[in-house]
Design a protein around this ligand. Structure first.
Ligand code: ADP
Ligand code: G6P
Length: 483
C-alpha cells in the first residue's frame, strides 16, 4: 500500500535531554501544529529534525531518540552543530526567511551558508530515498528544503513529489536579488505540484520562474522539457474541532466570565466590570510586528486615557531562533518597550502589559484564547498566521473581536475581522477602540461567519485537497504518456 512521506526541517515533536532522560514537547509553529493532525489521522511517515544536534545526543541515548520519534511515525535526521549553524541559523533563517518576508536589510548573502544548505538538503533527500517505495507520495515542506524536490527527482525520476511553502513568496523584484535564485527555483521545480497559501504568492513565484528561468508559464502550469509542473494556492486551515472542543472542555470547569486567567487577575481588574483583556500570541520574530504593536498600544493609551486601568495587553512571545542576532536584538527591544510603557502608565492598582516570554502548554494557550476579549495580531508579513484562526475557533460563545494585519495570509479569508495596516499606529489605535466598544450582537454576527468558513476549510481539507491534486498530477502524467 502506498504511503505519504512528509518531510520538513522540524518534526512535530521536539526532544531534549534532561538528567539523561528524554523530554518530549510539541513543536511550535504553524507547519508543525497544522500538519500534525493530517499525520495523526493518515498513513504517513514524517522525516525531520528533533531539535537536538548529533553532539548533544550521548551514544547511550541515540537509539532511544530514534525509537521515541518512531513511536509517532517520525524518522529523525541527524544534523551536526556545524550543519545547524550554517543550514538552519544561517541560510534558512538569515538569508531566505528575511528575504521572503521583505526584510531585505536583514538578508545575508553568505556563500558558506549556501554551501552547507545544499549539503543538508541532500542529506534530507537521501533520507527520503531510503524510505521511498514506488507509488508513495512525497510531500516536502517549507523554505528550509527548497532544493529537496529536485534532489529526489534526480534519483527517482518517476516519483510523485509535492512541495508546500508555508511562508510568503516575495515579488520578483525582491526574489531576483538572491545570488542563487536560479538554483533555488530549479530545486523547487523538481516537484509535480507546488503549493502556496495565497494566490499572490503563487503569482510571484510564477513570475520569477518565467523571468529568471525563461520557462513557459501558462496560467498555473510551468512547462519543463520533460514534464509539466502545477502551481496552485491552498490556504492552510486549522484542526477546528480540536480547538473548539478544547474551549468547550475548558468552559466545563469555568464560565465565560471566570476563566483561569481572569480568576488570577489582580483585584482591581477583577472588580472592574468594563475591564477588557487584549491578547497577542506569536513566536518572538521580527516579522510578527510585536514592537509596532506595543508602540500602537502606547499610542492608544495616550489618546484614550479613559482606558487607563480598564484594559490590559496580555502578550505571549514564544522564544524562537535565539542564536540569530536580529532575534536577540528584538528580544532586547521588546523587554525595553514593555518596561518603558509599564513604567509610564502603571498605577498602584494596574499594569498595562502582561508579558510572557516562554512556551506554554496547550491548556494555557486555550485559557488565553478563551479569556481575552480582543486578539491583536499585527504581523508586518506572515505567510498565513494560524493563531488568528485558532482564536476564532475557541470563541464558542461567539463573542470576541479579532484585529488582524492585512499583511497576514489569513486576512484574505477573514474579512469579518478588523483588518489593519501594521505600520499605521493611528489605524491600530482606532481599531482597538472599535473592538473594545463593539456591540455583542455585532461580534457574534462576525464570528459566526468566520467560524463557519474556518470549520469548512479545516486543515484536514487543506491536506486532502493538496494530496488529491498531487495524485492528479500523476494521472495527468500517465495520460500524456499514453497519447
Ligand atoms: P508561525 O508559523 O510563524 O509561528 P502561526 O501563527 O501560523 O505562526 O503558527 C503558530 C502556531 O504555534 C500556532 O498553531 C500556535 O497554536 C502554536 N503555538 C504558539 N504558541 C505556542 C506554545 N506556547 N506552545 C505550543 N504551540 C504554540
Ligand atoms: C514557521 C515556519 C516553519 C517553522 C516555524 C517555527 O511556521 O514556516 O517552517 O518550523 O516557523 O520555526 P523554527 O525555526 O523554530 O522551526
Amino acid at each position: 500500500m502506498s504511503k505519504t512521506i512528509i518531510i520538513s526541517n522540524r518534526l512535530p515533536l521536539q526532544i531534549s535531554i534532561e538528567d539523561n532522560n528524554l523530554e518530549v514537547t510539541p513543536s511550535v509553529g504553524g507547519l508543525a501544529t497544522g500538519l500534525k493532525s493530517f499525520h495523526r489521522d493518515g498513513d504517513s511517515i514524517w522525516i525531520g529534525w528533533t531539535g537536538l544536534t548529533e553532539e548533544e545526543i550521548p551514544e547511550s541515548l541515540a537509539q532511544d531518540v530514534k525509537k521515541r520519534a518512531l513511536e509517532e511515525a517520525c524518522v529523525s535526521v541527524n544534523l551536526t552543530a556545524e550543519e545547524i549553524e550554517g543550514f538552519y541559523y544561517g541560510f534558512s533563517n538569515r538569508t531566505i526567511w528575511p528575504l521572503f518576508h521583505y526584510f531585505m536589510e536583514y538578508t545575508e548573502a553568505e556563500l558558506s551558508f549556501w554551501e552547507i544548505y545544499k549539503k543538508v538538503n541532500q542529506k534530507y533527500a537521501n533520507e527520503v530515498l531510503k524510505h521511498y517505495q514506488e507509488g508513495d507520495q512525497i510531500w516536502v515542506h517549507d523554505y528550509q528544503l527548497l532544493l529537496v524536490p529536485n534532489m529526489i527527482r534526480e534519483k527517482a525520476p518517476e516519483a510523485i513529489i509535492g512541495f508546500f511553502n508555508h511562508i510568503p513568496f516575495p515579488s520578483y523584484e525582491v526574489f531576483r536579488t538572491l545570488p542563487w535564485r536560479e538554483e533555488v527555483l530549479e530545486g523547487v521545480l523538481g516537484a509535480d505540484l507546488i503549493g502556496f497559501h495565497t494566490y499572490d504568492y503563487e503569482r510571484h513565484f510564477l513570475s520569477s520562474v518565467s523571468r529568471i528561468l525563461r520557462l513557459q508559464v501558462d496560467f498555473n502550469e510551468v512547462t519543463l522539457p520533460n514534464r509539466i509542473v502545477k502551481v496552485d494556492s491552498f490556504p492552510m486551515g486549522i484542526d477546528y474541532e480540536k480547538f473548539e472542543q478544547a474551549a468547550l472542555n475548558h468552559f466545563k470547569n469555568t464560565s465565560e466570565e471566570q476563566s483561569d486567567l481572569q480568576n488570577r487577575l489582580d483585584h482591581h481588574l477583577k472588580t472592574t466590570p468594563e475591564a477588557k483583556l487584549i491578547l497577542s500570541i506569536d513566536r518572538l520574530d521580527y516579522t510578527k510586528g510585536i514592537a509596532n504593536r506595543i508602540r500602537a498600544f502606547e499610542y492608544f493609551l495616550d489618546r484614550n486615557p479613559e482606558y487607563v486601568e480598564k484594559v490590559r495587553l496580555v502578550m505571549l512571545a514564544v522564544p524562537s531562533r535565539s542564536n540569530v542576532p536580529q532575534y536577540q536584538r528584538l528580544k532586547r527591544e521588546i523587554d525595553e518597550l514593555v518596561g518603558r510603557i509599564n513604567g509610564k502608565f502603571s498605577t498602584v492598582n494596574w499594569t498595562p502589559i502582561w508579558y510572557f516570554y516562554r512556551s506554554m502548554p496547550f491548556e494555557n494557550l486555550i485559557d488565553l484564547y478563551t479569556s481575552c476579549d480582543v486578539a491583536l495580531l499585527t504581523p508586518i508579513r506572515d505567510g498565513m498566521n494560524l493563531v488568528a484562526k485558532e482564536f476564532i475557533a475557541t470563541r464558542t460563545y461567539h463573542t470576541g473581536v479579532l484585529i488582524l494585519s492585512e499583511m497576514a495570509g489569513a486576512s484574505h479569508e477573514m474579512n469579518e475581522a478588523i483588518l489593519i495596516n501594521p505600520n499605521n499606529f493611528e489605524q491600530i489605535s482606532s481599531a482597538l477602540k472599535q473592538a473594545l466598544e463593539m456591540p455583542k450582537e455585532e461580534q457574534i454576527q462576525r464570528n459566526k461567519m468566520l467560524q463557519k468558513r474556518l470549520k469548512r476549510y479545516s486543515v484536514e481539507k487543506w491536506a486532502n485537497d493538496f494530496i488529491k491534486a498531487l495524485k492528479n498530477t500523476k494521472d495527468n502524467r500517465n495520460d500524456s504518456q499514453s497519447i
